[in-house]
Design a protein around this ligand. Structure first.
Ligand SMILES: [Zn+2]
Length: 320
């Protein structure tokens, strides 16, 4: 099962905690207030995808660094244009004279509009940043897509897709052995040429692969703090393609559309339209405006008129 949990109630700071199946680490989509997380949970987080730098989306970074300061695993922070300088400014805001033995490193990744720039901030160097090779970090074989949103400041939406997985057919006539792991690895890399040794016989990959079923991947999109007019939705659909589950802000109701346009946020109806266009199975609404406190049911009712499988829950568990 794949578990996602909003750290805070839907009217409060956004932070969506992802528990990766079969892995000990956790990922965060946005990093608002994290006081609701235990120390154990804070220690498990190793990657943060920041949509943008408004304070309600990454004020929790200090709590996360505080928890991990003497750990030996890097904390990876991905975000839109400007995030590296803001990260440097954030880290320069504290005194670091007594932490020189720590192995902790904050690794920053910034989408510049054309590539991912990277800077590492080692604790032992008082978090002074140094340029790192460009490119995304390896994300445990998950694939990442992203899209620039419309919020008046650099803002990214993200889509995560689980690695391909395979299951052997029960009627496979070949004896088990190391060839199974090798075959899965080659199929994951899209390699269908060559042979593998199976029980003392060389067999073609193309023949062996017929005994394997490719399981559907899990895709999750996270869209927040943006207008969702038709052109922005079209850009998201083009960047993401069909996506099983969408977590989407719905700050306002359709009757508050003018407010949504002025504040560069979305309505529940617009979020539901995006779910239809992405061919989603489920839509989870979050980041409702505090002006609509107590009206969550209305957001839900409105979105369900366009997309029936809409939910407002703090957590979800979906079969992968
Ligand atoms: Zn914002």
């Amino acid at each position: 099962m794949f578990h996602c949990r909003l750290v805070n109630p839907v009217h409060h700071d956004p932070a969506l905690l992802l528990e990766l199946p079969q892995l000990a680490q956790r990922w965060l989509l946005d990093c608002g207030d994290l006081h609701a997380l235990s120390l154990h949970e804070l220690l498990q987080i190793d990657t943060v995808f920041v949509s943008h730098a408004h304070i309600d989306h990454w004020i929790g970074l200090d709590a996360l660094m505080r928890a991990q300061l003497f750990g030996d695993r890097p904390l990876r922070v991905l975000g839109p244009k400007g995030i590296l300088d803001m990260l440097a400014g954030r880290l320069a805001g504290y005194a670091w004279n007594l932490v020189s033995r720590s192995q902790f490193v904050v690794e920053g990744y910034e989408w510049t509009g054309s590539d991912w720039e990277s800077r590492h901030f080692p604790c032992r160097d008082r978090f002074e940043g140094r340029q790192a090779p460009p490119g995304l970090p390896p994300l445990e074989n998950w694939s990442l897509r992203w899209v620039e949103l419309q919020h008046g400041v650099p803002c990214l939406g993200y889509r995560l897709e689980s690695p391909p997985s395979f299951r052997f057919r029960e009627d496979c006539p070949h004896p088990p052995g190391p060839w199974i792991a090798n075959l899965k690895q080659k199929m994951a890399a899209g390699d269908s040429d060559g042979t593998l040794m199976v029980g003392g016989t060389q067999r073609l990959l193309s023949d062996l692969s017929q005994w394997v079923r490719v399981l559907p991947t899990y895709q999750l999109a996270y869209i927040t703090d943006t207008r969702l007019d038709p052109s922005t939705r079209a850009r998201i659909v083009e960047a993401f393609g069909p996506t099983r589950v969408l977590w989407c802000e719905a700050a306002f109701l359709e009757s508050q559309r003018e407010l949504a346009e002025a504040k560069l946020h979305s309505t529940a109806t617009e979020a539901a339209r995006l779910a239809c266009e992405l061919q989603c199975e489920r839509l989870h609404l979050f980041h409702l405006s505090r002006r609509t406190q107590g009206l969550a049911d209305e957001h839900l009712r409105e979105a369900r008129q366009t997309f029936a499988e809409t939910y407002i829950d703090q957590q979800s568990a979906e079969k992968v």
